[in-house]
Design a protein around this ligand. Structure first.
Ligand code: SAM
Length: 188
């Protein structure tokens, strides 16, 4: 999916550039793909290698996007797709059984408890701030940043959405798996 986005972006920039400026001068593009260092970049690189219609030079950039990843004023276009909804960490209150924001073991923000929702919301605000501060330094003056991410309509709780229902089912399964791994460790 991400490679299709790059194609659309490149075509739009080329169209605008050739419409406004030099009709015959060709443009060259460098695209940086970012993900956590433990992401399987090799699969991405293999897909890029097999894509013979690719019109850009490609490079992988490992590391969290909540920090600086690029030199100052070096990017013309930033694009984040379906990634910013992942928080940089679980808010500590939701794991604390003594806190009013304790999430009772749920793996996501169901939306039913105000204190839990506030803890997640505050973490999200911090994460967005660090993300935007880092990109603000990396983008050139007049550069563009496009963010695509999931959202809920006002009044709809995450547990009422299809992805929230999936997390409600997935959470106990992951917890059971984690418990059985813990139980097996002493007998190893
Ligand atoms: C749902 S996938 C979307 C992948 C791709 N952007 C696309 O649209 O096809 C979310 C990706 O964001 C990455 N991700 C989550 N948090 C991140 C972070 N803090 N820094 C870098 N990558 C992150 C995940 O590892 C995952 O590969």
């Amino acid at each position: 999916m991400i490679i299709k986005f790059q194609k659309n972006i490149i075509e739009a920039v080329e169209l605008k550039y050739h419409g406004n400026h030099q009709k015959h001068q060709s443009l060259e593009f460098q695209v940086f793909f970012n993900d956590h260092a433990n992401n399987d970049f090799n699969t991405l690189f293999k897909n890029l290698h097999h894509n013979h219609n690719r019109k850009f030079f490609a490079a992988g950039v490992p590391g969290t996007f909540h920090c600086r990843l690029f030199p100052k004023s070096s990017l013309h276009f930033g694009h984040s797709s379906f990634a910013l909804q992942w928080l940089s960490k679980t808010p500590s209150e939701v794991l604390d059984t003594k806190s009013p924001a304790w999430n009772k073991g749920s793996i996501h923000c169901t939306g039913y408890h105000t204190e839990v929702a506030e803890a997640y919301s505050s973490q999200f605000k911090n994460d967005m701030e660090t993300f935007l501060n880092a990109r603000a330094q990396e983008l050139v003056n007049g550069g563009l940043l496009v963010i695509i991410m999931s959202a809920l309509q006002d009044g709809v709780l995450l547990s009422q959405s299809s992805i929230g229902m999936t997390y409600d089912l997935l959470g106990p399964c992951l917890q059971n798996m984690a418990k059985s791994v813990r139980l097996q460790i002493p007998s190893l």
